[in-house]
Structure formats: structure tokens, C-alpha cells
Design a protein around this ligand. Structure first.
Ligand code: ADP
Ligand code: MG
Length: 496
């Protein structure tokens, strides 16, 4: 038997094949798009704090990944036998096929999304929290754009799987590519030629979408996003007159008998602390003494087990009741500007966008005004000329200065710093400390966890030392100077 080339070429123009190809493409794309959206929601549900939601998502994924698609297809198609009201939809092979495919694929796509979501650093969630971004905004603007980059290659792969799985839909007599081929070769017995044509049409669908997806991947590639330096005026850390500093009697933040446990470990044991307006408080102490926990409880990154925290004279955080549900929670959290040890800039946004994001999200001011204000904050930290760059183009010290500008853009009452220079190379520490010092001179209220002892003695109005979850020393700069050289705090400062 000879291979019939003429017959094969004639199949290139066979209208039923083209109709079937369009159908497969359409079915594949619809399944993929709907499954990708539902799968994302399911992946979020799997990470939910609510146990029943988590349980539902887990069970769904387990069940529909275990069930063969063929079984599901026949099941869905025949469901109207029990529920005749479903007949108008489920007795149509296309809809029955689509529904079965979506049900099954959502389970797989959810796991792909979960991989993407897990890959986004926890610091991104924390940075969003510090800017007062609500969950929907956080996922939309910060988490999803980063997660999707990781998930995209696997999502694309799943599209190919879906296209191939559509061949199973022929069992419920939907005229997709394979079924058209089968109908041909059962009449003319030219099985090989017909299957070559069938393969060609499948490969065509997959290749066209493969091309589209690889384009999309390139567009979303952060490493390819670059911005040039620009000429901007006043690219120096501005110095305010030394007379500007004054500590007032007004209390901005007060911790009242705060306790925090992590299992058996007591991270904070009955900590009370008041910070006045304009005051710069340095927090020092050995590693593991509770400094980070202390600062994270103040801006609600960490719940507390006992006590309460007052902000601007009003109730803010308490161990009882769910203060997070308060209508103004996300606005009040922006009263506290937070700077993290690991910067936590948003990698998919330019420097300028990192700074404008918070104010824009909270809807304050028009675009031009926001931009101008952000450029002002960037100039303040000496980063205006880098406004168009992306975080991956910056040094650690530059990133941290942008992070400070981002926090300042929310016009906070008080700035919280958690070891802002610990992740930096020694030669970059100075530029960040200089910025913090200039903020101190301008009268900004600040709580700074740091190991830089020379900086502590230069800028702090007060030094608080922690040990094993307790505040073991709390004294003004003058008291510190007057304290005996062999006191605990002086000894610790000398070691540091
Ligand atoms: P510091 O910042 O002073 O080094 P931390 O506040 O980070 O100390 O930690 C205080 C103590 O609480 C440490 O013993 C640490 O191991 C523990 N701890 C902190 N965060 C957690 C957590 N999320 N889960 C369990 N233990 C934690
Ligand atoms: Mg720490």
C-alpha cells in the first residue's frame, strides 16, 4: 500500500477539519481562561485562614485530579437523565465537554497558581500591609503580577495538555479533530494519511498559542524591564537646620503591658513603652531578644496575646476583639511608616511607581501631584535621578533609600525601622544612616532597631535595650552618658 500524498494534501483544505480546528481552539482557550481564573480563586482558597474554605479547596483538588477526564465527560453528558432541567445545557456536547474540562482542569491550574503564589516573598505581603493595602488590592497590584510570572510557563504547558485532552470529547460525539479523522478513515481506510492530517491540525493550534504565550512571557520578564537614569534636580540628601528638632509631650505611640508568645517562646513579656512626638528611640539588644517582634506588633504585622497599643491617643491594637475589622484599620496603619531589613520593594514597579503606589491606592491627589510629591520624596533620599529604574537595577543602599521614600510618601506620623542597614554591604551603610539622620533632624518621630552603636549615640533621644523579651533599660541620651561605664547597656553598646 502506497502513501497517498494527493489525498493528504487534499485534507489541508477539508472544511470539516478547519471547523474542528476552530472548535478545538475555542474549547481549549475557553477551558484555559475559565480554568485559570477559577484555579486562581481555588489556590487562594487553599491558603485561606478559614478552615472550611481550605478544606473545600483541598478536597476539590484531590477529587478532580484523581478522576479520569473520560469518566467525568460521560458523567456530565448523561447527568440530564437524573436532572432533566439540565438537559438544554448538558445535552449539547460542546457545553458538556467544556464544563467537564473546566471542572477537571481547574484542579490542576489551581496547583500551578499555588506554586506561583508561594514563590512571592512574604515581605511583599508585609510591604503591602504597611502601605494599608486591602487584600483585594494587594493580590491585584502586588502578588498576582509577580505570581503569574512564575506560573506562566506551567500555565502555558497546561494549555497544550488541554488541547490534547479535547480529543477525548469525541466520546460524547463532539466533532473535534480526531472524530473528523475517524469518520474519514472508517470510510476510506487511509488511516495513516488521515492521522498525519489530524496531527497537523493539533500541532497548528498548539503552535499558534505557544507563540502567543512566549510573547507574553517575554513582556512580563522583570529582568528585561530597565529604565535609564534621568537628570533630576536636588539629587542630594537635604539637610534641615539643626534647630528643627524638638521632642514634645504628646504621646504618639504607647505600648501597654504587651505580651507575645510563639508557642513556648515568650518573645515579648509585659512590654510597656511610650514614644513622644518628635522623639527618636533606638532599640538595641542581642539577637532573639524580641526587637523585631516589638516593632511588628506596633504596625499590626503581628497580633499580640495580651495588653494594648495606643496610637495618636486612640485605641489601636488590643489582645481582645478583632481590631483588624475596624473600618479605618487600613488607613490608620499608614500612620506608621515601616522600613524593612530586606527592603521589600515591589520588583515589577519602577522606583517612582513604588513611591506613588501607596498614595495612589489611597486615592489622594491627581497623577501629576502624586508624581511631583513622589519626586520630592525621592530627592529627599537622593534617589530622584533613579526614578525610572527598576529595583533590580539598584544597589542595596539605593533600594533601602527608595524604601524610605516609599514609606515617607504616606506622610506617616512615625517611622519604624527594623535593622535598616543589616542587609547592606559595609560601604553602603553610611548613605542610609545619613538619610535617617536627616529625618531625625527634621523632627520625624522614629523607632529604630539597630546594631549601629555609633549611630545610636549620635541620633537617639532615647535608647531602649531588650533582653529575652523584656525591656531591661530605657534611658535618655543624657542618662545613658551619665550611666556607669560598666552598666549592662554600656557594656552591650561597647560590644556592638
Ligand atoms: P530580634 O529581632 O531581637 O532578633 P525577634 O523579635 O525576631 O528577635 O524574635 C524574638 C524571639 O521570638 C526569638 O526567640 C524568635 O525565635 C522568636 N520568634 C520570632 N518570630 C517568630 C515566629 N514567627 N515564629 C516563632 N518564633 C518566632
Ligand atoms: Mg530582628
Amino acid at each position: 500500500m502506497n502513501f497517498d500524498w494527493n489525498y493528504l494534501f487534499s485534507l489541508a483544505l477539508y472544511p470539516d477539519f478547519w471547523r474542528a480546528t476552530a472548535l478545538v481552539a475555542w474549547l481549549g482557550v475557553l477551558t484555559w481562561v475559565i480554568g485559570t481564573v477559577l484555579g486562581f480563586l481555588l489556590a487562594l482558597a487553599r491558603q485561606s485562614a478559614l478552615r472550611p474554605v481550605r478544606w473545600f479547596a483541598k478536597t476539590y483538588i484531590w477529587l478532580f485530579r484523581s478522576l479520569p477526564l473520560l469518566v467525568l465527560l460521560i458523567f456530565v453528558y448523561n447527568l440530564p437523565q437524573f436532572a432533566p432541567s439540565l438537559s438544554p445545557v448538558l445535552s449539547v456536547p460542546f457545553w458538556a465537554g467544556l464544563i467537564a474540562l473546566v471542572i477537571s482542569e481547574t484542579a490542576y491550574l489551581a496547583e500551578i497558581h499555588r506554586a506561583g503564589l508561594i514563590s512571592v516573598d512574604q515581605g511583599q505581603h508585609e510591604a503591602a500591609h504597611a502601605l494599608g493595602v486591602r487584600p483585594v488590592g494587594k493580590y491585584r497590584h502586588i502578588i498576582l503580577p509577580q505570581a503569574i510570572r512564575v506560573a506562566l510557563p506551567s500555565l502555558g504547558n497546561e494549555f497544550i495538555t488541554i488541547v490534547k485532552l479535547t480529543s477525548l470529547v469525541s466520546v460524547i460525539s463532539l466533532a473535534e479533530i480526531l472524530l473528523v479523522g475517524q469518520r474519514l478513515y472508517t470510510r476510506n481506510f487511509m488511516v495513516i494519511e488521515t492521522l498525519v492530517a489530524v496531527s497537523f491540525y493539533y500541532v497548528l493550534v498548539v503552535s499558534v498559542f505557544g507563540l502567543f504565550l512566549s510573547r507574553l512571557e517575554k513582556r512580563l520578564d522583570i529582568a528585561r524591564m530597565t529604565g535609564a537614569e534621568i537628570t533630576a534636580p536636588a539629587n542630594v540628601v537635604t539637610e534641615a537646620p539643626a534647630t528643627a528638632r524638638r521632642v514634645s509631650d504628646e504621646v504618639v505611640v504607647a505600648l501597654d503591658h504587651v505580651r507575645k508568645d510563639f508557642g513556648d517562646k515568650r518573645a515579648l513579656a509585659d512590654v510597656s513603652l511610650k514614644v513622644n512626638k518628635g522623639e527618636v528611640v533606638s532599640i538595641i539588644g542581642p539577637s532573639g531578644s524580641g526587637k523585631t517582634t516589638l516593632i511588628r506588633t506596633i504596625n499590626a504585622l503581628q497580633d499580640i496575646d495580651a495588653g494594648r497599643i495606643v496610637l495618636d491617643g486612640g485605641d489601636w491594637i488590643s489582645a481582645e476583639g478583632n481590631y483588624r475589622l475596624a473600618a479605618d484599620f487600613h488607613d490608620r496603619v499608614t500612620r506608621l511608616g515601616m522600613v524593612f531589613q530586606s527592603f521589600n520593594l515591589f520588583p515589577h514597579m519602577t522606583v517612582l511607581k513604588n513611591v506613588t503606589f501607596g498614595p495612589r491606592y489611597h486615592g489622594s491627589g491627581n497623577t501629576d501631584a502624586l508624581r511631583a510629591a513622589a519626586m520630592g520624596h525621592l530627592a529627599r533620599v537622593g534617589m530622584a535621578s533613579h526614578a525610572n529604574k527598576y529595583p533590580h537595577q539598584l544597589s542595596g543602599g539605593q533600594k533601602q533609600r527608595v524604601a524610605i521614600a516609599r514609606a515617607l510618601a504616606m506622610d506617616p506620623e512615625i517611622m519604624l525601622f527594623d535593622e535598616p542597614t543589616s542587609a547592606l554591604d559595609p560601604e553602603l551603610v553610611g548613605e542610609v544612616l545619613q538619610v535617617i539622620e536627616s529625618l531625625a533632624r527634621d523632627g520625624m518621630t522614629m523607632i529604630i532597631v539597630t546594631h549601629e552603636m555609633r549611630f545610636v549615640s549620635r541620633v537617639s533621644d532615647r535608647v531602649v535595650m531588650m533582653e529575652d523579651g523584656h525591656v531591661v533599660a530605657d534611658m535618655t541620651a543624657t542618662e545613658l552618658e551619665a550611666s556607669p561605664a560598666d552598666s549592662r547597656i554600656r557594656r552591650f553598646m561597647l560590644q556592638g
